[in-house]
Design a protein around this ligand. Structure first.
Ligand code: HEM
Length: 179
């Protein structure tokens, strides 16, 4: 997983709980990188799960909620750093239907080693959008937070109606949005 994700995660912890918690979390976590992250580096994605698990123990907040909150935070940061990617995308449904074919394609040009999920999409009648998340990694709550962050960014009356596991296998989730 790219360092940019870790850098923003640590930054969120610092903002929410202070620098002391950042240091404490690193000291109690089992991290091959020793918690030293640079935006361009690449680290094992399990380090993020380790940090989230430890933070959950420290704060009592469910791990899934921590990851969802982080996804919301991360979207606002990515939108700042990669604003040019969003320039020609007028609304949240346009964005969500272009994650695979455009956004993450551009991400891969910048970071050839990026580990990206796949999102199939289908527009349904009644102004609904179905997204199917699939990944070798369990970041469905990150997807949820990023979707919520995108809705907040575009400030549209779009609702995430459902998030449900798919029977096909692990790390496969269906999201249903309405507007
Ligand atoms: C400006 C828009 C976006 C940018 C620049 C961006 C960029 C990135 C980057 C750099 C990563 C890390 C790749 C790695 O660790 O190797 C990533 C991962 C991810 N992105 Fe995006 N992304 C954007 C929008 C979105 C949106 C809207 C969604 C949700 C629909 C999304 C879903 C994910 C997920 C779930 C991952 C984690 C990897 C996994 O699940 O396997 N991204 N993205």
């Amino acid at each position: 997983m790219k360092g940019i994700v870790f850098v923003h995660f640590m930054e969120m912890i610092g903002e929410k709980f202070g620098l002391q918690m950042e240091d404490h979390l690193v000291s109690i976590s089992d991290l091959p990188s020793d918690g030293i992250y640079t935006t361009v580096g690449t680290y094992d994605h399990t380090e993020l799960l380790e940090l989230v698990g430890r933070l959950s123990n420290e704060t009592g907040e469910a791990a899934g909620d921590i990851v969802t909150d982080f996804g919301r935070y991360l979207f606002s940061k990515l939108a700042e750093s990669y604003g040019r990617l969003l320039n020609n995308i007028p609304d949240v449904f346009s964005l969500l239907t272009q994650v695979d074919d455009f956004i993450h394609v551009e991400v891969r040009k910048l970071y050839p080693e990026a580990e990206l999920p796949s999102f199939q999409h289908q527009l349904l009648n009644g102004g609904r959008l179905e997204l199917i998340y699939q990944s070798p990694r369990p970041f469905e709550n990150l997807a949820r937070g990023l979707i919520e962050g995108a809705i907040a960014y575009y400030n549209e009356p779009v609702q995430l109606e459902k998030m449900e596991p798919m029977p096909g296998g692990p790390n496969q989730y269906r999201f249903l949005l309405t507007r």
